[in-house]
Write a protein that binds this ligand. Structure first.
Ligand code: SAJ
Length: 415
């Protein structure tokens, strides 16, 4: 058995390496020559614990190789991006391109698996595309959708241990895909059809998005109601059946802030809560910008000079270096729009950045008049609480209530 994995990104490369570790020969494929080159040297260009070692090992053992062109195999897995277009409609062109590249190589009995997050019906579209070009193979291939649900930062462990949902376009396909995953997944495999598996992936992330939106909405209400939201949530969660998540400065990453749109764009009338949750989570970052501008202006009115402001955290979530689709980045960009001189930008997980000079977190904290916590990185929890500084805590570092006295109406702040 030989496997071809198309897409060597955050999901594809760990998956390819894990399959290879179980002794199966894997040919990884990526359009990016840098990725292909690095993998063939046993190296990686992304940050993910344990992945480095694993890739090094399987390449050295000749079980994993990387290529620019799709290679012939018995099993194909597709883990390429499915972004959305300007209007939030899903763009499955990478999945279709990957499929088209594999079509001429397919032979009877091959297993074709899509792992990319995809709108409902994508696997059927892929099936139709394949059989339209290779009618002689009709019903002689096994085609399935098997979504990935690993958490960046813990990918290798979760790939092996998480349960998986496996949805074939028919029962034989589901069975074949299960047999394949059984070789390297310890978690349970749950069988279903492709449409349910596709929706399941979207629903998992939408569910989290809705729950975070609830927490974010509470934080906005509490600021107005003069209530400490951190205390409130802790108390409410003492109820045996209540589990409110943590408010933050918005929702980022490529999954939770993206996948719900795949449902909303297809079922706009029916997905009321899912759509609203996206709006609330997007609004939360904008709301934080307004609060920071307010505090900045107030400080100046009271003291007669501009405050030094420490912006604490840029990553899209705690304790990672990933800045893509990060609400903290959005906020940092917005508040520094009229000049960076009053700002100290902190991100302990990166060394440098093209747009910002990155400051040491302890130095920035000491120097700042106004400390803005955007991301709950572990480092920040060691900083002292200071009564002399104005602190805006958007992510629960200090558990202090967000208090902005004499708030200036939003309209006045707008340019
Ligand atoms: N966040 C909050 N409050 C919370 C939890 C998260 O504001 O209480 C924010 C984070 O700061 C971040 C965003 O939400 O900006 C998303 O972070 P996350 O840790 O919830 O999720 P991701 O995007 O890293 O990974 C998610 C996971 N999905 C679920 O937990 C349902 C992961 O299992 C998926 O595999 C992944 O999306 C994916 O690839 O789809």
């Amino acid at each position: 058995e030989v496997v071809t994995t198309i897409g060597l990104g955050y999901i594809g490369l760990p998956t390819a390496s894990l399959i290879a570790r179980s002794g199966i020969r894997v040919q990884g494929v990526d359009v990016n020559p840098r990725v292909v080159e690095a993998v063939n040297l046993g190296e990686i260009i992304i940050v993910e614990p344990e992945l480095d070692e694993l890739v090094h090992q399987v390449v050295e053992d000749n079980l994993l190789s990387a290529h620019l062109e799709v290679q012939e195999a018995d099993v194909y897995t597709v883990a390429v991006p499915t972004p959305f277009k300007g209007n939030h409609e899903p763009d499955i062109s990478y999945v279709l391109d990957a499929t088209k590249a594999a079509i001429p190589l397919l032979k009877e009995g091959d297993l074709f698996i899509i792992e990319s997050t995809s709108p409902v019906g994508t696997t059927e579209t892929v099936r139709d595309l394949i059989y339209a070009q290779r009618p002689e193979l009709e019903d002689r291939l096994f085609i399935a959708y098997c979504p990935e649900r690993v958490l960046p930062g813990n990918i290798i462990y979760e790939l092996e241990h998480n349960d998986r949902v496996i949805g074939g376009i028919d029962e034989e396909s589901t069975e074949m895909a299960c047999e394949f995953f059984r070789q390297f997944v310890i978690g349970e495999l749950h069988k279903t059809n492709s449409r349910t598996a596709e929706m399941c992936k979207l629903v998992e992330n939408s569910s989290r998005d809705v729950q975070i939106a609830f927490a974010n909405e509470l934080s906005i209400i509490c600021q107005k109601a003069n209530i400490n939201v951190w205390e409130l949530i802790e108390l409410a969660n003492k109820h045996p059946r209540v589990n409110i998540l943590t408010p933050g400065c918005g929702v980022g990453g490529h999954c939770i802030a993206v996948d719900p749109y795949f449902i909303v764009s297809e079922y706009p009338l029916e997905s009321q809560i899912i759509g609203k949750a996206r709006e609330i989570n997007n609004y939360k970052a904008f709301w934080c910008v307004e609060k920071i501008k307010n505090a900045q202006l107030q400080f100046k009115l009271e003291r007669g000079y501009d405050p030094k402001i420490a912006i604490m955290g840029l990553a899209f979530k705690p304790n990672i270096d990933d800045l893509r689709e990060s609400p903290a980045m959005y906020i940092a960009n917005k508040v520094t729009q009229s000049g960076q001189e009053d700002f100290l930008i902190v991100e302990p997980n990166i060394e440098s950045h093209d747009d910002f000079q990155i400051s040491d977190y302890e130095i920035a904290f000491d120097m700042a008049d106004l400390v803005v916590y955007l991301v709950a990185h572990n480092e920040f929890k060691t900083l002292p609480f200071s009564d002399e500084k104005m602190i805006l805590d958007f992510c629960g570092i200090t558990n202090q209530q967000l208090k902005i006295e004499n708030e200036i109406p939003v309209e006045v702040l707008k340019p």
